[in-house]
Design a protein around this ligand. Structure first.
Ligand code: SF4
Length: 409
């Protein structure tokens, strides 16, 4: 067997670690500085929370950390024993298990545990689970849980949807003022939305660099590099970081540096990452000289509609337009565009058992896209965090066979 091609880490990683480290440190310093903590869903109104001076904690990011550190599988049963079904979101069950056991990777960063929320703010644009999840903590800590209920399954995000979501978002301001003990300032919100827009456009450039052949970045890199776009959008730190990363990617492109040496195949990843197996999967694809060049997941934090001139309406449009809350017609057209733009040879669907919201292989979509594009697909069964639901051997064999099939196509 040929030697494994070299894995190419980014020089920017050091800076990312520093940026993320600073972000987490602020949670332990916040209370002493009179700073309140808001929990926010990953595609929730982060800009509003940053504009009102909160430290903003994203429990899904914590869920991903529990998955990537392989702690999740042992923690999920604790939440199951507490009444949460093993069939629901394994971010939720691993995070609640982590809280019940008081074990978290955050302790390695000097935090005592997850930062206690003064207020929890959700957006159901992605799923109902986030609201149930936040309500559990709200009951426990006796703090407010407020949020936005976004219509789902939309093909067009029209004025009816936007008027409603704008009202839902504006309704958050008064309770947030009470918790933050500060007055809402529209100009501050404009500044934060502007920073968020800059961050998002840079993040888009990062992902778009993979349209190059060979690609300078893989989906697996993207799952790590997306951290600041998720938790620090709306801050200068995220903008500064992505400028550095974009420069490095441009250098790679100019020098013809491939993320996967000898790239022969290009794959689209549809669905959630399998956090506890990122390393193994990226090694397998590296050995197959196959680059996973694009994904729905990493692109979910591109919010091009943000506009500082019209902060509430543009936030409503951005957060109601994300892939996960759209109709299958929209999703089919979106993936078809991505496959063409990224010059993809085949599509891999991850059917994540505990996240039906981010699993798009269940209603014939892959077959329709194969007929439309003539591109083969593979579905692997697994989960984002619960590794008991993932058969590694079977996935390995299927991925290998898929790559062979694509080579012969
Ligand atoms: S979208 Fe899926 S993974 Fe994300 S919080 Fe909802 S159920 Fe969990």
């Amino acid at each position: 067997m040929a030697a494994t091609p070299e894995r190419k880490d980014f020089a920017a990683n050091k800076q990312m670690k520093a940026v993320m480290g600073k972000y987490f440190t602020e949670f332990s310093q916040g209370p002493a500085q009179g700073k309140k903590t808001a929990w926010c869903t990953s595609v929730g109104p982060a800009e509003l929370l940053y504009a009102m001076g909160f430290n903003v904690f994203f429990p899904e990011n914590h869920g991903a950390m529990l998955g990537a550190s392989k702690m999740a599988t042992d923690l999920i049963p604790l939440a199951n024993a507490h009444g949460f079904s093993p069939d629901i979101c394994s971010y939720l069950t691993s995070d609640i298990g982590s809280y019940l056991k008081n074990e978290t990777p955050l302790q390695k960063m000097g935090l005592a545990g997850v930062p206690k929320a003064d207020v929890l703010v959700f957006n159901t644009n992605q799923c109902r689970d986030v609201k149930d999840w936040f309500q559990w903590y709200a009951r426990r800590w006796n703090v407010p849980c407020i949020g936005i209920h976004t219509p789902r399954g939309t093909t067009e995000v029209d004025d009816t949807v936007l008027d409603y979501v704008v009202r839902e978002t504006e309704k958050l301001v008064e309770p947030l003022e009470q918790v933050a003990e500060t007055k809402f300032d529209i100009d501050r919100l404009r500044e934060v939305v502007d920073l968020s827009k800059q961050c998002t456009m840079l993040w888009k450039q990062v992902l778009k660099s993979a349209t190059n052949v060979p690609s300078p970045i893989t989906f697996f890199d993207g799952t790590i590099q997306m951290g600041p776009a998720v938790v620090l959008r709306g801050t200068q730190d995220a903008v500064d970081y992505y400028r550095v990363l974009v420069d490095e990617l441009n250098q790679r492109i100019a020098q013809g540096v491939a993320a996967v040496e000898g790239e022969r195949l290009r794959i689209y990843w549809e669905g959630m990452p399998i956090w506890g197996k990122l390393r193994d999967l990226s090694t397998q694809f590296l050995n197959l000289r196959t680059c996973v060049v694009a994904s729905t997941y990493c692109n979910s934090w591109v919010f091009e509609d943000l506009d500082a001139a019209d902060p509430f309406r543009s936030m409503a449009r951005a957060y109601s337009s994300i892939f996960i809350c759209r109709s299958d017609d929209f999703k089919e057209a979106y993936i078809a565009r991505m496959v063409q733009e990224y010059r993809v040879d085949g599509i891999l669907y991850h059917d994540a058992k505990t996240c039906p919201n981010n699993s798009n292989s269940r209603y014939e979509l892959p077959v329709r896209l194969r007929e439309r594009l003539g591109k083969p697909f593979l579905t692997i069964n697994g989960d984002l965090n619960d590794l008991r639901l993932y058969s590694e051997e079977q996935a390995r064999t299927n991925i290998e066979a898929f790559a062979e099939q694509l080579m012969q196509a």
